[in-house]
Design a protein around this ligand. Structure first.
Ligand SMILES: [Cu+2]
Length: 661
């Protein structure tokens, strides 16, 4: 097969030209672009060229023993990439190793064989006659499927002893449901096909990985019962929070006997509800929705000092926001907790998988079809290389009896770092309920009362009041630089407290919290823009528009035609499996309103991601999956009015135009 490359050049002039064009075209994105440009000073990103004929929608990445990069695609292929580093040749060499697999979303390599999960089985794939093409597809273990589209399967993660872990997504029927056996579970499978149910409580467990101690961490995605993305430490018999998989906890080989029927529709906050329930695991680290991604997707441990100053930490990818976060974990009273930080943003498509090259560069495999991502490409393969320079970052954040200790990658300017005015901290958490997602609840400021810099300047001890167990603590540092004047690259961190260290003054630290105060997902403050009852002076609407969602993050209509001055009734049916809204903007302002919503951060969830701007004309609230909302408005003067879903990351694809004539 002849495999040709058209756009193979990753010429830096071309990249700079594109970047300049992008900045020019989207003034609002300049701040974000600066972050990406600054990150690039330390971690250089390059494209691994992909031949024109290959649709490399990456499902899985795995290096072979002879250092070829295996790539499983969502189209059911496995490609082998020879010299992905482009050391020997200007272009890497692609060869097709296997075809016809059923949506493999992972790839692993062990003792000369590839392993992947297809929808309904764990498969071992080998090239027994050594001609470079797979000829043996062996079913290691299989499980039933109902045919529901949401029954993705992931893995295997290969454990140090050679056993393998796979996870099975819940089916989606307006809520996460386990329609067939072991959906919502992590299963342990041996090479000879012996299966042991390992843990449950999963909803959409697209990724899991080992830290440098060999402990297992599971990444979850926001959904019903899951307020936000997170990583959770799992051992055998653990329950990670979504009750649907408990349908099978009565099976003879189930490692736990928690009953699904014991869950109320709304259970306060996860941390409190889990108290005293053995094996009910709370997240080790929450990744606050939209500020630290929207769909955690890949976990990889940094086990080298050749990738910057973060050895021992985890990298966590994000599909929807095309970025990578960094996680620092510590054990307090035997339980994992810690902080997450931004690491690198601006990848070309939605990140699903990451793999280490033999030279300690990071390969990042991407796909966005049907799921959308801030990276505009349909798929991609990129590579990150550390250039040996140390970025000024918060390297670690540890809890202490008084508050926190921050460790920096370089010595801090002592005068700036000892000024308590340069630290802002807020605590908040999420609701644990059968509804989809959660607003930010029980938000409360913490007060930083003292900041003490260590003699070598690498550490700052913060004395903080108002810390709460079961809460995420947002830290923002301002005006802080290294002694050499370098500005901190990512001045924020999110620390999840599950346990206070011995000797902490709990009574002093724990604020009373009021669970009944959980708000529902809000709407913006201006009710005139979101009228939910037919106005009293209308006898009838002039036009009724029924708008719905369709798969692939789309509205079902992209063009609406309405007469100026018409009384419009607009019914928005969210028949998708995630939260959406519908926002009509002033002419030409769809993208900028989308960007404003993206920048709302933690405040966004409670405002339904409706920015307070006159560029927003009319809107629905952010509505739950499988629900509907109707708004009434009078069509403005003639023009082309964009409509978007302003949920961060959706507006790039979920949009259309209302033509008023
Ligand atoms: Cu949306």
């Amino acid at each position: 097969m002849r495999i040709g490359f058209k756009h193979s050049k990753t010429d830096s002039c071309y990249v700079i030209l594109l970047l300049t064009l992008f900045i020019f075209l989207s003034g609002k994105s300049v701040a974000q672009n600066n972050i990406s440009t600054n990150e690039n000073r330390f971690y250089k990103r390059t494209n691994v060229p992909i031949p024109d004929s290959v649709m490399l929608e990456v499902g899985g990445l795995a290096f072979t023993a002879d250092d070829k990069l295996g790539v499983a695609t969502r189209r059911g292929e496995i490609w082998l990439i020879d010299d992905p580093y482009q050391k020997k040749n200007k272009l890497p060499k692609y060869s097709l190793f296997a075809t016809g697999l059923h949506e493999p979303l992972w790839l692993a390599y062990k003792k000369g064989a590839f392993y992947t999960t297809q929808r309904s089985e764990l498969t071992r794939i080998t090239d027994t006659d050594h001609d470079g093409v797979a000829d043996s597809f062996h079913t290691v273990y299989s499980w039933p499927i109902s045919g529901n589209y949401h029954e993705y399967s992931y893995g295997p993660l290969i454990l140090p002893n050679g056993d393998m872990l796979v996870t099975l997504n819940l089916s989606w029927v307006g809520r996460g449901e386990s329609l067939t056996k072991w959906r919502g579970w992590m299963l342990k499978i041996t090479d000879d096909g012996k299966m042991t149910p390992f843990a449950t409580g999963m909803r959409s467990p697209a990724a899991f990985g080992l830290n440098n101690k060999g402990d297992i961490f599971l990444a979850e995605n926001q959904g019903d019962w899951i307020g936000s993305g997170r990583i959770t430490h799992l051992t055998s018999g653990d329950f990670a929070g979504h009750p649907a998989g408990l349908r099978w906890s009565g099976e003879p080989n189930s490692p736990l006997d928690l009953k699904r029927s014991s869950f109320p529709d709304s259970a306060g906050i996860l941390y409190d509800y889990a108290k005293g329930k053995p094996h009910f695991k709370v997240p080790s680290i929450w990744f606050p929705h939209t500020v630290m991604g929207i769909s955690t997707s890949a976990i990889l441990s940094i086990n080298t000092d050749q990738f910057g100053p973060f050895e021992g930490q985890l990298l966590v990818g994000d599909q929807g926001h095309s970025k990578i976060m960094r996680a620092f974990l510590e054990q307090v009273n035997g339980q994992y907790q810690g902080a997450c930080f931004p690491f690198r943003e601006g990848f070309s498509s939605g990140i699903l998988r990451m793999a280490w090259g033999s030279d300690n560069s990071l390969f990042v495999g991407m796909t966005s079809r049907g799921w959308a991502s801030t990276g505009k490409d349909l798929f991609g393969l990129q590579r990150l290389q550390w250039d040996g320079k140390t970025p000024m970052e918060i390297k670690a954040m540890r809890i202490t009896t008084e508050g926190f200790e921050l460790e920096f990658t370089k010595p801090v300017d002592k005068k700036l770092a000892s000024d308590i005015a340069n630290y802002k901290m807020t605590g908040f958490t999420y609701s644990y309920h059968k509804k989809y997602g959660s607003p930010v609840i029980n938000s409360g400021n913490c007060s930083v009362r003292k900041a003490e810099v260590s003699n070598d300047g690498f550490k700052v001890k913060l004395d903080v009041s108002g810390l709460r167990a079961g809460y995420i603590h947002e830290l923002k540092v301002e005006n802080l630089t290294a002694t050499d004047g370098e500005v901190i690259l990512h001045p924020q961190a999110y620390y999840t407290i599950n346990s206070f260290p011995e000797g902490s003054n709990h009574a002093h630290h724990e604020m009373a919290h009021d669970h009944t105060a959980a708000q529902t997902s809000g709407c913006a403050d201006n009710p005139a823009k979101s009228v939910h009852e037919q106005p009293a002076d209308w006898s009838n609407p002039d036009i009724t528009i029924i708008m719905a969602t369709k798969p692939g993050l789309k509205f079902d209509k992209e063009v609406l035609e309405v007469k100026a001055g018409a009384k419009v009734k607009l019914v928005f049916n969210n028949n998708d499996d995630m939260l959406h809204n519908l926002v009509i903007t002033t002419p030409g302002k769809g993208d900028s309103v989308g960007q404003l919503a993206m920048d709302m951060g933690l405040n966004g969830t409670n405002a339904g991601y409706i920015p307070l701007t006159k560029e927003v004309l009319f809107h629905t609230c952010l509505i739950q999956p499988e629900t509907s909302q109707t708004i009434y408005f009078t069509a403005p003067t003639p023009g082309d009015y964009p409509f978007i879903c302003s949920f961060p990351g959706h507006s790039f694809v979920m949009k259309g135009i209302m033509k008023i004539r």
